[in-house]
Design a protein. Structure first.
Length: 245
């Protein structure tokens, strides 16, 4: 199967576009809507100047710091007083060296490997442990809005569906799955899928498990694909039918 834009041969049979064309289509959707473009670039803007800069003190936008050993300029987030090279050089690694020397040249036996595997599987089978572990990893990732999620947020706002809350950054965990938008009053979930990743076989299997879990727990699910954003009118009608059946 070939890409519908550049006619390039695709590796997966379910994808419609290659990786580069999928990114271009997302950017084209982003640039066509001025409100989403403004929100997107405001969210991902890294150049904070003046009073918006976190290092803003006494009229200076940046306080320079230098390494105490080599004198190299440090970044604003460095708290040790040393650059990375000097910090690693003067740090006490005696504990780690002892462990590495004790394990050097040793190979784990098959019995030991199977015991470690059984222990990890037993921990992962515990629902509380799995949810806690996944929630921590999602919060550490600090994921923010994607281009499609920003557009969906604007659509929901235009249609007056303010009760749908964005929880795709790890705020809500449902049996190991993190929904994008949820209405907690009506137990309705909206998932936004990109065509490139969610058309892969491993992602399709995971999405099937996601549907069964949501259905068993009493949630209503609406899956919105990237290609549907090209026709906003039909997408709005589909959203209205989902919320008001």
């Amino acid at each position: 199967m070939n890409c519908i834009d550049c006619n390039k041969l695709l590796k997966t049979k379910t994808a419609q576009r290659c990786y580069s064309c999928a990114g271009k289509s997302r950017m084209r959707i982003l640039l066509e809507n001025p409100t989403i473009r403004k929100t997107y670039f405001k969210t991902y803007s890294r150049s904070k100047k003046g009073e918006l800069n976190p290092n803003y003190k006494t009229g200076e936008t940046l306080i320079l710091k230098f390494c105490q050993k080599c004198g190299e300029k440090l970044s604003g987030g460095c708290k040790s007083g040393y650059c990375r090279k000097c910090h690693y050089q003067f740090k006490d690694h005696s504990y780690g060296i002892k462990i590495s020397k004790a394990l050097k040249g040793q190979k784990l036996s098959d019995q030991r490997k199977s015991k470690i595997s059984q222990t990890l599987k037993c921990k992962w089978s515990n629902l509380e442990y799995r949810q806690r572990h996944l929630s921590r990893s999602m919060k550490a990732h600090r994921r923010s809005f994607s281009c499609l999620e920003l557009q969906m947020k604007e659509l929901l706002k235009q249609l007056g569906m303010d009760k749908f809350e964005f929880v795709g950054n790890g705020q809500m965990n449902i049996s190991g799955f993190f929904p994008d938008f949820i209405n907690k009053e009506t137990n309705q979930i909206i998932e936004v899928y990109g065509e490139y990743w969610h058309s892969r076989p491993d992602y399709r299997e995971r999405d099937m498990r996601r549907r069964t879990v949501y259905r068993q727990l009493g949630y209503q699910l609406l899956e919105v694909w990237e290609s549907e954003f090209l026709d906003l009118q039909s997408l709005q009608e589909r959203l209205l039918q989902f919320v008001i059946p």
